[in-house]
Design a binder for this molecule. Sequence first.
Ligand code: C2E
Ligand code: CA
Ligand code: CA
Length: 745
Amino acid sequence: MDFLAPSEPKVVNELEKPWKVLIVDDDPDVHEVTRIAVSGTKFENRPFRLLHALSAHEAKEILREHDDIAVALVDVVMESDTAGLGLVSWIRDDIGNRFTRLILRTGQPGYAPQTDVIMKFDIDGYAEKAELSRTKLITAIVTALRGYKLVMSLETNRRKLKELNDHFAEIVQQNALSEFAAAVLEHFTSLIDKPVDCLLCGFETLPEYIGADKADIRVLSARGVHEDKVDLPLDVISSTEIRQTVHQCIETQEICSGSDGVALPLVTRNGMSGALFMGTSYANLEESIGTEVVQLFMSNAALGYEKTGLLEHIRNLAYVDRLTGLSTFSGFLEAYYRNTLTASKLLVVHADIQRFRIIVDGIGDEKASGVLKKTGHRLSRTFPDALSIARKEKDEFLILLKGGDDEDIQDVVSRIERAFQEPIRLDDTQLMLRPRLGFAQSSGPADTAELVASQASIALNDVRQNANMSHAVFNPQMQEEAFERLRLASLLTGGEDQTEFSVHYQPIMLARDESIASFEALMRFRNPGGAFLNTARMIDAAETSGQITEIGAWMFRNSFAEFSKMDGVGDHVTLNVNLSPRQVHAKRIYKDIEDAANNASLPLSRLVFEVTEGLFLSNDQVTLDLLHWLRNRGAKVVIDDFGTGYSSLAYLRKLPVDGIKIDRSFIMYMDQDPDALAVVKSIIAVAQALDLNVTAEGVENVAQRQIMQELNCTHLQGYLYSKPLDTADLNNFISKAIGPGVAYG
Ligand code: C2E
Ligand code: CA
Ligand code: CA
């Protein structure tokens, strides 16, 4: 068919690019007639270029070669009766060409294709060759070309939007809102094909998060004359007209036109609404890209805007602790990595608040949150030089500082001490907080943030085990001990088969005549090897893991039974039992006590329950109910470890208790430290005024005994008389006691 093909022009002006029209017909005359008919014709200034195929087979080759054939005129009957229809089906289905417009032609009436074929293959026209006059032929081709142009422009826009969508998805994933906004403008202006001054305005984060109002609307991105306003508030745009149009658009979420241009709304579902301002009229936009594309673009942009905003919000959530406004642990780790690049030595401080759990038990969760908030503020004020301050969980804080020498550590300790000299005030409560600190230094770039943070927390754990310590610096030996503690906790989990539970008894003497007044039951844990485990640590582990209620029930059963069977003990001698906060709050405690007492035939009047101060910090009804219940049945209640807590002496009056036990630490320092002595004196004075018993705990020497006797303390307990004893040793102790089996000599 070469003789029919025009020679390919060398350089084609884009605008004069010819429309390719394919003629498929087995009759060469038809080709010639068609060529003559359309020669010299142009559509929209573009000439026609005819391609010729004498069979469906040839047509396929041409179609494979040219993907931009605008129209194909296809003879229905060629090699076979259905060759034309076969070709059409091949074009649409096999090679998936949806764009080329198809006109079917037939020489014989009766070969007209069925209407369902016309529908199925998206056919633009059907004509009998006989009636194809020049005018009719050109009309049919031009109509088809219009269709082709429309399909192609839809396709181009569809492609552009798809590209845009993919691109948006990419930006949304990795970039900040400002970059997203810049991309929106870039793509939108590229759709228009000519430069326009434009702005993208909106909020930088979720309005509910910042409590946004009009003043928070910012220029997220800009092109043209406004380019220098990026990142600034909308108010800096000098044109009142533009500002008003944008405000109105954001407020009404509708397209708003002003004399300077038009604002298109970005409507999001999370209230992050925004506006795309274009320095041109809406009519112009419609003309150059079409309403549908504008709308599609805006809804895509809105989705992207919403997503980027959400991601920023989520990033904030991940890095900002909502309660305190401090960093989160993730934020802390990030700060650590950022700073390893520049700082040679980093110091990690892991802090918590002594007895915070008890405080929460006492004042309730809501107030405890208030305490944490204030603690956070205090830490921020105390460490303006911190590289990061984070709340890890509950009452645990992390501080990242430069340095790590001994002086740096000492400096942190004294800054904390000074900062927490003042109590934390919450409407009706005042709390003295005692932070405990664990320190760890990075010793090189190989130390990861997680490692150093975990070392600081091991150091803190060491402090927790030791009531007299306020801080510790990590050393490798602590790691060993940490493993040891884990092992202990698992021993406890193993229960009685692995760990032997028993009760020891420590006598409490009447100060007046040093006769036996009571025995304090104290848990003992022995490992399978026979060695005793540290009681305070085991109780702590049991309390943390929740096993304390079970162990407590065992303790009641066992100690009540043993005590009721002790020889030579008069009815006036009582048994002191410790209750931890978690036990007090467990409903089963009533039944546990009642059952154990019944089984041992022990009246509750022979029992004294020791509880800690923290339980009383709020008038928690659960605690009060239990204490009233116990006292109504004749049992007594005393406050253990008195003086280490938080509250003033004045509140003692209101509590349903019979006595207090002054904490061992006061007794220990009383003979050397005048302050300790003064505290002890005032505690005793108040207790006496309220008619409460006073037990001095940890009396180890005669000097201490003497002071306590002089101060009219009612009960004495400590190594001076006896360590806690097992039942055999206790029998021995009782039998040696003076007088009718009760007084100590
Ligand atoms: P706690 O209630 O303050 O008990 C007094 C602790 O001081 C006991 O330690 C006792 O052995 C010790 N102690 C007594 N006199 C002296 C002294 O003169 N000098 C010195 N240095 N220490 C003295 P233990 O037996 O190790 O018990 C530790 C803590 O474990 C107890 O402190 C108590 O809080 C808890 N605990 C023990 N048994 C139980 C129990 O059955 N239930 C609950 N909830 N807690 C228990
Ligand atoms: Ca006790
Ligand atoms: Ca005590």
